[in-house]
Ligand binder design. Structure first.
Ligand SMILES: *Cc1c(COP(=O)(O)O)cnc(C)c1O
Length: 364
């Protein structure tokens, strides 16, 4: 029998979540964001889950090619742009769109333009504005000039105006509220033609009433995780990944006994401890502290002791029926990934993406 750990991917939940994103974005088209192996859910599975998206967006050039080989015919967008002039030939060969965020990329395009435009290549590009996040993009002041330079290149077709929000989940952020990013965007984009693409999941869920997008870029919400601001359930999202396993050992321990590496947990009274076949080598966060929620036979209990590579331990004191073979849910349906993430001091995004390759994946 295989080790009982399993990740179950719920394609129907992805479809439900995409429909919600589209309903929240009337008049806009939606990219389904599936970077990082579809946030850990599998590229091909996410492609099927987002079959109704208007396009797919990701970071990895090789996976963009793979999407074409898997039969995706609609647009594909490279969110981080191209990383060298050689990528332009891949983009041409597989009809990929890309973000443009720096002068080096403009120079690569200019250099390749005579050859590419002679072949009839016209790239649809997304000119990125840095509205305060200070990762990628042209400042609002430099934006119009970058736009003019890009538009003048012979192998360039359409240019979409794009920016990315730092705090769309925190309306009153004291240092960079979304209203300030929108103000800077409008300043830099004033008078420029082209479609607009601003919103990530938090933008879609929390700001749809005052943001105008031609294209939205939801990611985390499509997998049933919250981008912040409210719980996934309150947003009407459904978990797309359930990580489950089983109890593979039970220990009845006495008051004062200690559990696991570092003997970090000491029993206050006699208690039962269940050993679960799931550890940090499966993607469960080692930093998860005492009390992190775990479901055993559908009942909420708590993590005790340190998470080890292949196992973790849970409190079975209130679960007298639990035994070897009892079903355990680490996150997903019945236990929001965001709760586990919060206990571990991180976000659902990181847990999904970190699902380890050794975990078998099924659909259901
Ligand atoms: C990842 C990403 C998104 C999606 O963000 P979520 O918070 O997961 O919705 C949107 N736009 C860009 C540029 C991204 O890199």
């Amino acid at each position: 029998m295989p080790r009982p750990i399993l990740a179950t991917i719920h394609i129907d939940s992805m479809k439900h979540n995409l429909a919600l994103a589209k309903a929240k974005s009337p008049g806009a088209k939606a990219w389904g964001v599936l970077k990082a192996n579809g946030y850990g859910h599998g590229l091909e599975r996410a492609m099927r889950g987002f079959a109704e998206a208007d396009g797919l967006a990701l970071i990895e050039v090789d996976n963009a090619v793979k999407l074409r080989e898997l039969g995706w015919k609609k647009p594909i967008l490279l969110l981080e742009g191209f990383f060298s002039s050689a990528d332009l030939h891949t983009m041409a060969g597989y009809e990929l769109q890309a973000a443009v965020h720096c002068n080096e990329q403009l120079a690569w395009l200019e250099e390749a333009a005579p050859q590419l435009s002679a072949r009839g290549i016209r790239f649809d590009l997304h000119l990125k504005m840095n509205t305060g996040m200070n990762r990628l993009g042209f400042t609002p002041e430099a934006y119009a000039a970058a736009h003019a330079r890009l538009q003048a290149i012979s192998c360039v077709g359409s240019v979409t105006l794009m920016t990315h929000f730092a705090n769309a989940d925190d309306v009153d952020h004291p240092l960079l509220p979304i209203t300030e990013q929108i103000r800077r965007f409008e300043l830099g984009a004033a008078g420029l033609p082209g479609q607009r693409s601003l919103s990530n999941s938090a933008g879609v869920l929390l700001h749809h009433d005052h943001l105008s997008n031609d294209w939205v870029r939801p990611g985390i919400m499509l997998y049933g995780g919250t981008p912040g601001g409210a719980t996934a359930e309150a947003f009407g999202l459904q978990a797309a990944m359930t990580l489950s396993s089983e109890i593979i050992g039970v220990q009845d321990i006495a008051a004062g006994a200690v559990v696991g590496y570092g003997s970090r947990f000491q029993a206050e009274g006699p208690m039962r401890v269940g050993v679960v076949a799931c550890g940090y080598a499966d993607g469960y966060p080692r930093v998860a502290p005492l009390g992190t929620p775990v479901l055993v036979d559908g009942v909420r209990t708590r993590l005790v002791g340190r998470v080890s590579m292949d196992m973790l331990t849970v409190d079975l004191s209130d679960l007298p029926q639990a035994r070897i073979g009892s079903k355990v849910v680490l996150w997903g349906q019945g236990l929001p990934i965001d709760e586990v993430a919060e206990a571990a001091g991180t976000i659902g995004y990181e847990l999904m993406c970190a699902l380890a390759p050794r975990v078998p994946v099924v659909e259901g």
